[in-house]
Ligand binder design. Structure first.
Ligand code: COA
Length: 157
């Protein structure tokens, strides 16, 4: 086996931040602005891709972002990302967003996001990524979903 092979678990990246008033949108019942969440997701997912690739990456696409529930100012937002599919130079990352009301410990799953990153060499050109080893049934299910998304993206190219 290629010694650089990694599992989805080995690329897992976790970032967390407390949501502040300046990050709210203008709604009458303010929630955190979607662009703030997107920015955090992009950075968190990039970390997972960097962990897998072992180098710098760039965002090729933010493929899907589902805002299931609003995030409130004062919530602790945690983003857990992992690489679930790899091609030659590209990687699919799934990022799950959780919002915790710290005073009560109530934790909600607010977003599921799919992103694609490309590993870049020192000249900024696409570079090969290490193989991915699937360990669990969930790994295999996410891998299959990512492969289908990739087929769809290529057919729309
Ligand atoms: C990402 C980038 C380097 C890819 O360049 P490119 O000329 O398309 O490179 P390639 O043709 O070698 O493709 C690289 C990978 O992306 C994949 N790809 C490119 N376009 C794609 C598309 N429309 N859909 C799905 N995959 C695509 C290729 O299949 C390839 O993956 P693989 O090696 O796993 O098969 C280039 O598009 C870029 O610089 N984009 C801007 C990135 C950016 O500014 N991001 C925001 C800031 S981080």
């Amino acid at each position: 086996m290629d010694p650089k092979t990694k599992t989805p678990n080995q690329s897992e990246a976790v970032v967390a931040d407390l949501m502040m008033p300046h990050q709210a949108n203008g709604l009458r019942q303010p929630s955190v602005f979607g662009g703030v969440v997107l920015s955090m997701v992009d950075r968190g997912a990039a970390l997972a891709a960097m962990r897998h690739a072992g180098g710098q990456v760039t965002t090729l696409s933010i493929d899907r972002v589902l805002f299931k529930e609003p995030i409130r100012v004062g919530d602790l937002v945690e983003i857990r990302s992992r690489v679930v599919w790899v091609g030659r130079t590209s990687m699919s990352v799934v990022a799950h967003v959780y919002a915790e009301q710290v005073s009560t410990g109530t934790r909600r799953h607010t977003n599921e996001c799919w992103l694609t990153f490309v590993h870049l060499d020192e000249h900024g050109k696409p570079a090969p990524v290490p193989p991915l080893r699937l360990e669990t049934a969930e790994d295999r299910a996410l891998h299959e979903m990512a492969a289908r998304r990739r087929e769809q993206a290529l057919s729309e190219r």
